[in-house]
Design a protein around this ligand. Structure first.
Ligand SMILES: [Mg+2]
Length: 109
């Protein structure tokens, strides 16, 4: 599956919700909520409620999928595709690697 195939499925499963008409805000709130669900499951490993076995890794992967769904929505609201986002990220990281600035602070280093 490539990014555009995934985006088509997101589109089909989108209920077109918003926060007071703001779809980007809805995507943000949804993404943060799903990251919270992922964090909660990680916490349960440290609390010894769960082991990081293959079944639990599957549940964690499902939560990451939920994050990806909302990330896709957020990108769309910004007029970007997932491929755009991935390319921008790779360009940024490759520049930092070339400039030996992988460590440090600041978005535009
Ligand atoms: Mg979830």
């Amino acid at each position: 599956m490539d990014f555009s195939d995934y985006e088509k499925i997101v589109e089909k499963t989108d209920l077109n919700c918003s926060v007071n008409g703001d779809k980007l805000a809805y995507a943000l709130v949804g993404m943060v909520g799903e990251i919270g669900e992922f964090a909660e499951k990680i916490k349960r490993i440290y609390r010894k409620d769960h082991k990081l076995d293959s079944n639990y890794k599957h549940l964690l992967a499902l939560e990451l999928g939920d994050v990806l769904w909302y990330l896709t929505k957020a990108a769309k609201e910004l007029g970007c595709s997932l491929e755009d986002v991935a390319k921008l990220n790779l360009e940024k990281l490759e520049k930092r690697l070339k400039d030996k600035k992988l460590r440090g602070n600041g978005d535009l280093r």
